[in-house]
Write a protein that binds this ligand. Structure first.
Ligand code: GNR
Ligand code: NI
Length: 174
């Protein structure tokens, strides 16, 4: 098991479109294990393969308080989304320290393969539905800040680049 480095906005690799997984084999299972370890280590509720620079349709999620209900979604397909909407603050491990309000469907139904390669259908609402939509966006190369105004997005981009520059300088002087 390994912790994987997480790409940070505005890294252009976050906008790559992920390809379907061809076979749920040992390589893909190892990827899901590493992604779960990385997500738990970073205290996130979800992680898309795109964020660890793997451009395949793989998502891991755990929205439980106890952090003991891992969910693996491979090749997820959106079957249905409710007309009912919800608005909530979102954050992203690829945009650290930024939280802003995003409107999403209140409920979704998805079909995906699990880590054993079995097809499953999941109906989700509330936070789990938000997280599934947020992660499926990542697989399409979309980051939540793209729902914000161009002004806010510009400010976030500047702030992230400044943070990254400071981090590089710190690393150099270490
Ligand atoms: O950890 C995360 N929290 C979160 C909170 C509200 C809405 C979405 C999320 S997902 C995020 C982890 C992440 O960046 N997944 O891609
Ligand atoms: Ni994210």
């Amino acid at each position: 098991m390994a912790l994987l480095p997480i790409l940070c906005y505005p890294d252009p690799r976050l906008h790559k479109v992920a390809k379907p997984v061809q076979a749920v084999d040992a390589r893909v299972r190892a990827l899901t294990e590493d992604m779960l370890a990385t997500m738990y280590d970073a205290n996130g509720i979800g992680l898309a393969a795109t964020q660890v620079d793997v451009h395949e349709r793989v998502i891991v999620i755990d929205v439980s308080e106890e952090r003991n209900q891992p969910l693996v979604l491979i090749n997820p397909e959106l079957l249905w989304r409710s007309d009912d909407r919800q608005i909530g603050d979102e954050g992203c491990l690829s945009v650290p320290g930024i939280y802003d309000s995003v409107e999403r469907a209140q409920a979704v139904r998805v079909r995906a393969l699990d880590a054993a390669g079995n097809s499953r259908e999941i109906e989700a609402e509330g936070l789990l539905a938000v997280c599934i939509q947020h992660e499926m966006d990542h697989l399409m190369g979309k980051v939540f800040v793209e729902y914000l105004s161009p002004l806010k997005r510009g400010r976030i981009k500047t702030k992230m680049l400044k943070q990254q520059k400071e981090q590089r300088q710190q690393a150099q002087h270490a």
